[in-house]
Design a protein around this ligand. Structure first.
Ligand SMILES: C[S@@+](CC[C@H](N)C(=O)[O-])C[C@H]1O[C@@H](n2cnc3c(N)ncnc32)[C@H](O)[C@@H]1O
Length: 332
């Protein structure tokens, strides 16, 4: 599939391409369809198209919708191109981080959207491929880049950051209780050469009784380093504001987040859009002139049903938040 300027127009002939083997089960797919399917026809932005699982479901269920899919991982875009080929020119895929949403939309000539989806974090194939270095379960290089053109890798974070900075990101990005102990252990052991050694050092740094609680002892450290390498939290707030700004009246937006750091940002930006940035004391009439842009149909968001959480471990920590652009407001 041609990919020079980063933009791919999905084309039926691409269906003949060898299957990529990209296997990722889309999380809370029925709930996402419920949100986006009741919105107006038009272009849906899938800001994290991955292997195109949600995207295929959205397109199949809504013949009056087309889709702009972004991802910064070239392997994901190739997989999405194959999976979505049957939808022909209803699909445009573009390689970009959602941090540059305005630039990406300008590049493909899209001004307004009728809906958006952000399905945050990593995909199963990124985690499963040892070579990508995301997994604490398999030995691989300390990489963790979603976009393999970027310079910062996990090796530079683990072997180059000062001890205090390492502890700070472990705490900030993953609420790691033993952040300082882990940072001290990693710095003393440098160079840390691969993911297997990193996982083992983290395990050793955590007190024995705590190792037996809350899943694999290295899980939070790997999450924190991945978030740091990819600047995952830095881009989110502005990208959500931009997506809301681009929504047509009545347009819907949905975000799936998988840990508290992400969800805090989503909640804060959605609440701000719902109040229009009102600064008046709660429970008093608004006199500051703020204009709400959206309504939040379910203030607390939604979590997966018990069956989905049991069947798909990735879904267990998911929270879906959604909003609807108020009629008569546009472009702010
Ligand atoms: C959970 S997966 C999406 C899976 C997709 N919904 C599906 O059903 O196949 C998240 C995807 O978002 C991409 N991603 C993460 N952060 C991104 C960002 N800031 N900009 C663009 N893509 C990003 C990752 O490369 C990954 O492919």
């Amino acid at each position: 599939m041609a990919e020079n300027d980063g933009t791919q127009r999905s084309n039926p002939a691409a269906g003949a391409l060898r299957a990529s083997g990209f296997h990722h089960v889309p999380v809370m797919c029925d709930e996402v369809l419920e949100v986006l399917g009741s919105g107006p026809p038009g272009i849906v932005l899938d800001a994290t198209v991955g292997g195109g699982g949600h995207a295929a479901a959205i397109l199949a269920a809504n013949p009056d919708m087309s889709l702009l899919g972004l991802d910064r991982d070239d392997a994901a875009l190739t997989a999405a191109g194959e999976r979505l080929a049957r939808f022909g020119d209803r699909v445009v895929l573009h390689r970009s981080a959602f941090g540059d949403l305005a630039g990406a939309m300008e590049a493909v000539g899209v001004e307004r959207i009728s809906g958006f989806l952000f399905d945050l974090g990593v995909s199963s194939p990124q985690l499963d491929c040892a070579e990508r270095g995301f997994s604490y379960r398999q030995a691989g290089p300390l990489d963790m880049r979603m976009d393999r053109r970027q310079r910062l890798t996990a090796a530079e974070v683990v072997n180059g950051y000062e001890e205090a900075e390492l502890a700070r990101i472990l705490h900030r990005h993953a609420d790691e209780r033993y952040a300082r102990r882990i940072a001290r252990t990693l710095v003393a052991a440098r160079p840390v050469v691969d993911t297997a050694l990193l996982a083992e050092l983290v395990r050793e740094a955590i007190p024995a009784p705590a190792r037996r609680r809350g899943g694999h002892p290295a899980k939070r450290t790997f999450q924190a380093i991945r978030i740091e390498v990819n600047g995952e939290l830095d881009q989110l707030a502005d990208a959500l504001d931009e997506a809301v700004r681009r929504l047509v009246p009545g347009g819907r937006g949905a975000v799936l987040s998988y840990h508290s750091g992400e969800d805090r940002i989503v909640k804060e930006r959605f609440d701000r859009a719902a109040t229009g940035g009102c600064v008046c004391p709660p429970r008093l009439p608004c006199v500051c002139g703020a204009k709400p842009k959206v309504i939040l149909p379910r203030r607390a968001g939604r979590t997966p049903g018990v069956d989905e959480a049991a069947d798909n471990p990735r879904a267990a920590s998911a929270r879906l938040r959604s909003l609807e652009r108020i009629s008569g407001t546009v472009g702010s």
